[in-house]
Design a protein around this ligand. Structure first.
Ligand SMILES: Cc1ncc(COP(=O)(O)O)c(C=O)c1O
Length: 382
């Protein structure tokens, strides 16, 4: 299903008299009207180009939007045993060839990250993580008073797996974000396999978390799921998000894959949020629409090559990214870059210590958005 943006907007029903949701109250709200007309322009979501949250500039595929529209009906009044949640769980399980109890759904993978730190870390069971990496696990460890062993990225902005393994003896949890946020860098299945085995050989009670939130953007020749490790080792679990390549950040849905005992421990330690019926049907449709996912991956690669190339022309290097964000070395504090871009209504990423003095994370929006953003980068960074 290779469709043009114009075709996408048309088939998704934007701009029709019926509108996206069809409820007159929602349609007439100023926020909704603004969002729809901005989508038409292809840029400036509510007056700004948001390149600071790793969300989707393109939104979900047409089939997913259609499913949300179709199931927005009286059944949303029956949400305590929501339709589509068991189907989603079964569909994910069957894709990974595991029974249903090897899949745990949550209203966003953030809950799973928080819960796993609460399940496995404590005052005498440290979290091993990277710096910079996605910070929810670290933030949760801080909240519960667990020590944090943070290993800086290596010179290629990749996780320093050997150094992380070296400090993992006695740890409660080791967090490997692959692909890594914010650097976008990846490790091969062999490298992850070796690191996980080394952690568990030295420290059999430690748990290992493989965060694969961005896997659908990765080049399969360079990075693949570590799912086989969860089948072999009870102490290994994976989390995935529907917020990235499936473009459902606003629907709040993600999942974990692990052996049932591990999922019970994670679920038992913290709330998972209820998965809403519309989120489940959206996720189910997006998960099954592999053709659109492939289109999204190709489109993101096209956009990423364009932006990385433009920054290279300006003299800035970018670590090889396998995600919908990049982390270029702009040779100045990220706060400078934010201040330079924001008067032009282009909002880029926050500080990522310890690289906040040189690197700035830029999320990738649609091609239309990034063409505007690159013009701004040329103006302020050139
Ligand atoms: C690496 C990584 N993991 C997990 C998440 C959480 O995503 P969500 O709660 O939307 O599933 C994010 C969000 O940016 C992320 O970057």
């Amino acid at each position: 299903m290779k469709i043009s943006r114009r075709g996408f907007v048309k088939s998704a029903g934007f701009g029709t008299a019926a509108g996206l949701i069809g409820g007159s109250t929602i349609i007439s709200s100023p926020v909704f009207a603004q969002a729809r007309s901005d989508h038409h322009a292809g840029v400036f979501d509510r007056g700004e180009i948001h390149l600071n949250q790793n969300e989707s500039g393109r939104g979900p595929g047409p089939k997913t939007l259609e499913a949300i529209r179709k199931y927005t009906n009286y059944r949303v009044g029956r949400g305590y045993a929501p339709d589509f949640v068991p189907e989603l769980q079964d569909t994910i399980a069957s894709r990974f060839d595991v029974p249903r109890d090897h899949v745990l759904l949550a209203s966003g993978s953030t809950w799973l990250l928080q819960a796993s730190v609460r399940a496995y870390c404590s005052e005498d069971k440290p979290l091993v993580t990277a710096g910079p990496t996605f910070s929810t696990s670290e933030g949760t460890a801080r909240q519960i008073g667990a020590p944090i062993k943070q290993i800086p990225l290596d010179k290629d902005a990749k996780l320093d797996l050997d150094a992380m393994v070296a400090v993992s003896r006695g740890a409660g949890l080791v967090y490997f974000c692959n692909p890594n946020n914010p650097s976008g860098t990846v490790h091969s299945p062999q490298a992850i396999d070796k690191a996980v085995r080394a952690v568990l050989a030295a420290s059999p009670d430690t748990h290992v978390h493989l965060d694969e939130a961005y896997i659908d953007y990765a080049d399969p020749a360079k990075m693949q799921t570590g799912h086989a490790l969860t089948k072999e080792f009870k102490n290994v679990f994976i989390t995935r998000s529907f917020s990235k390549a499936h473009a459902l950040a606003g629907m709040r849905i993600g999942y974990a894959l692990a052996q049932p005992e591990t999922l019970r421990e994670i679920r038992g330690s913290w709330g998972m949020g209820d998965v809403a019926m519309l989120s489940a049907v959206a996720a189910l449709t997006a998960f099954e629409d592999v053709e659109h996912l492939e289109w999204e991956r190709e489109e993101n690669t096209r956009v990423r090559n364009f932006v990385v190339g433009a920054l290279a022309d300006l003299g800035y290097d970018t670590p090889e990214s396998h995600t919908n964000h990049i982390f270029p070395n702009l040779k100045q504090p990220a706060s400078n870059v934010r201040n330079l871009c924001s008067p032009h209504k282009v909002i880029v990423g926050r500080d990522f210590p310890p690289l906040q003095h040189t690197h700035c994370r830029i999320s990738l929006g649609s091609m239309e958005e990034m063409q505007v953003a690159v013009d701004v980068f040329r103006k302020v960074l050139g």
